[in-house]
Design a protein around this ligand. Structure first.
Ligand SMILES: *Cc1c(COP(=O)(O)O)cnc(C)c1O
Length: 413
């Protein structure tokens, strides 16, 4: 049995017609919302084969987003650590600074093809809200972003960005006033307006067809990276890695390598440690359950209520994970491992000082894993997906960790 060749038809076979990845996925919706999601499913099914849709998306990626993003060899960092050669796929150079625009532009184009006038979403830290507001401005669509009042107070620069881009930021003032309440409010808003609006999810999560659509829109990341790496080195990388929050940058990066002899590592945030509420390592600690309309691994209590989650990277602190990751973990094709806040922050400073690239703290988790592989000399080469840039994190990092000299001392020769 060849463990890689077993996956040659994987992408055609999964998800099934009803949105299942093995036992995970599906669509668990209030009856009133079923027609709205069926409409999206049908539209996507038709449009994804349309030559016009495909060529328009290709043009947008090239002319507006600046794709393809490069693959970069971290020569100085690799040399510092040992023999393993570390490479990065530079999604931080995508317009608006992260991979999220890949699926937001796809969702915006779908909305335009469906004749919708408005994009609706929730946002936590504001990254998804900004990417979607960017897409809405590009397509000339209205944009309603639901955001908890606590998050609005914490994420002022992203709130300003969304407003400058013309989005309406709708404060959510019930419950804990954060992401979970914002999701509920966005669903309620969508229910009232679904004839004219489309709901746009922020990751490879949610009810079918979102995990499928988002992975398809992110697939370009791994597809480009695979060809670029081969052109640079004549080979495939021995291993690849990406951070896993909901799982969008990672699934798009991983799948083009699924049938290759390449080790794949998904990296979850271990935060402050393994205690309840100290991390967001859903695959590592989670159990099967249903949240926000889909079945997957979840961090939940005995009653099935989501547990509190934490990570220094707010883009990774979600108590569920995309259903496809839960499935590929069970299949044993992808290995999932964890990186702590401390290791991610160390990687943030190492990449900044040795390569002149300031990563998003989310992406720093993938870099930290590549560093770990290099220090253990486990593979000859590893390609990490640098999902976004770190400008948004600088104030927070400086306040809590200074300029990082304490992390660099142990590497100084
Ligand atoms: C949102 C975000 C993530 C996490 O989301 P995924 O859906 O797991 O990819 C990772 N990196 C950056 C830069 C982000 O903004």
């Amino acid at each position: 049995m060849n463990k890689y060749r077993d996956f040659e038809n994987y992408i055609k076979e999964y998800p099934t017609r009803d949105g299942r990845f093995g036992p995970y996925g599906g669509a668990y919706l209030p009856p009133e919302l079923v027609p709205a999601f069926e409409e999206i499913d049908e539209a996507y099914r038709t449009i994804c084969h349309s030559a016009q849709f495909i060529s328009e998306l290709r043009r947008i990626r090239k002319e507006f987003q600046g794709r393809p993003t490069p693959v970069y060899h971290c020569a100085r960092l690799s040399n510092l650590l040992g023999k393993t050669q570390i490479y990065l796929k530079r999604e931080d150079l995508n317009h608006s600074g992260a991979h999220k625009l890949n699926h937001c532009m796809g969702e915006g184009l779908l909305a335009q093809f469906m004749g919708k006038k408005k994009l609706i979403a929730e946002t936590g830290a504001g990254q998804h809200g900004v990417a979607l507001a960017t897409a809405a401005a590009y397509f000339g669509l209205e944009c309603d972003i639901y955001m908890g009042e606590v998050d609005i107070a914490k994420q002022a620069p992203n709130v300003s960005r969304m407003k400058i881009l013309g989005a309406r930021v709708i404060p959510v003032s019930h419950g804990l006033k954060t992401l979970k309440e914002a999701v509920d409010a966005a669903f309620e808003g969508y229910l009232k307006e679904y004839k004219d609006a489309i709901y746009c999810i922020g990751s490879a999560v949610g009810p079918h067809p979102f995990p499928l659509m988002v992975r398809d829109f992110q697939y370009v990341v791994g597809e480009e990276a695979r060809a670029q790496f081969k052109e640079m080195t004549g080979l495939l990388p021995d291993a690849i890695t990406a951070c896993v929050g909901g799982g969008s940058n990672s699934i798009g990066f991983f799948l083009p390598f699924i049938a290759d002899p390449v080790e794949i590592y998904g990296v979850e945030p271990m935060g402050r440690g393994s205690g309840v509420g100290d991390n967001a390592a859903t695959i590592t600690f989670g159990k099967t359950g249903i949240l926000h309309g889909f079945e997957s691994l979840l961090l939940q209590d005995d009653k099935g209520e989501p547990l509190p989650v934490y990570s220094v990277a707010s883009g990774l602190d979600y108590p569920a994970v995309g259903p496809e990751h839960a499935f590929l973990h069970d299949c044993g094709r992808i290995k999932y491992d964890c990186v702590t806040d401390e290791d991610a922050i160390e990687a943030f400073f190492l990449l900044s000082r040795y390569e002149g690239i300031i990563p998003a703290v989310e992406s720093a988790h993938a870099v930290a894993y590549a560093i770990k592989v290099a220090l253990e000399n486990r593979h000859d080469s590893i390609l990490a997906n640098l999902s976004g840039r770190g400008d948004k994190d600088m104030d927070y990092v400086i306040e809590h960790y200074g300029y990082g000299d304490q992390y660099l001392e142990k590497y100084a020769k």
